[in-house]
Design a protein around this ligand. Sequence first.
Ligand SMILES: *Cc1c(COP(=O)(O)O)cnc(C)c1O
Length: 421
Amino acid sequence: MDHFLYRDGELHAEGVAIADIAATVGTPFYVYSTATLTRHYRLFTEALSPLPHLVCFAIKSLSNVAVLKVLGDLGAGMDVVSGGEYMRARAAGVPGDRIVFSGVGKTKPEMRLALEGGIRQFNVESEPELRALSEVCVSMGVRAPITIRVNPDVDAKTHEKIATGKKENKFGIPIDRASAVYAEAAALPGLQVIGIDVHIGSQLTDLAPFEAAYLKVADLTHRLRAEGHTITRLDLGGGLGIPYERSNEAPPLPLDYGALIKRTVGDLGCEIEIEPGRLISGNAGLLVASVIYVKNGEDRDFLILDAAMNDLIRPAMYGAHHDIVPVVEPAAGAAQQPFDVVGPVCETGDTFAKARHLTAQQPGDLVAFRSAGAYGAVMASEYNTRPLIPEILVKDDHFAVIRARPTFDEILGRDTIPYWL
Ligand SMILES: *Cc1c(COP(=O)(O)O)cnc(C)c1O
């Protein structure tokens, strides 16, 4: 569910007309709903109660500091995968003891940054990383709480680029080698082993892979305890999918996911962490664009928008579907025709949708891409020297620009001409 609905024939974000935002900031832009972010976060906390738990928002899905502050103020933890994301979490006022640090390639400077600012735990992904973290901790005279990310060799049945739990993926240590790696971790100075971490992929539309992975984590908890380790925390990752195509998708609900967690690992006496990104942010955002031209091709019509693949890369990168809706509500039963919906970038890959059925469109008309909150703005680039587009946050009948569109001077000012030219 989200808070982007037609009211009086016009698409709104909560109480704000999308057309009013467009008139103020120009298109294209991203707009996020506070009510939707809040609702989705609460669905997870409710699903996990009464287990002791922390819902750590995966910052990589939507990293604007204002959005992080909405969630952080509700009590959310944060899952970061870089020093930059760590800085964003802190800038949003999230205390270090609610920040977990994931990722296969943490550098020593990133480890130091997090240890200086405070960290809930590192999710360590390899033996070389264990040794590096141990060295950093010893040099700083501190001890870092850690979990080790295990790779359960489970097929998440999702897009291959975002499946992370198969043994051929780069993530985590093979679960069969866990005993040896935990023994090494326990022997290294500066590390405090407290738990187990697992994350098998993103946009999972079936609970069965989670169940298979969490049962393996439960087994491993017993095994590691028998080997003398103290396991008090289980980080179960993120990955719950969302319906991108509303007419024919019904992914599992957070409540059912919570019940599955309770059933598989709920009786181990552990504190549970989860790291949802997409399910909190995905349907909390729209990408709004204007029609520049309607171009009649030989065998198809193109809807050329002012948004492009550099603003929303998911269709080009993953073949992803986004529902596209007109901002002015079409009359009931209005005729539709197929369009190839494209952007201005000089690549055929800059295609958002092929043969998408929409009502007739005119230059200047506004359209909205649904489910664009996650992996939208964060993956944007300035390819074709198209400025990064603004981000807007709505709350009730207010809206604010939470990242402004840069000027061309700002963009060009980042380049420097060397002295010999
Ligand atoms: C990407 C990622 C997440 C979030 O995944 P979603 O599908 O957005 O929920 C959580 N944890 C880790 C370690 C990740 O890499």
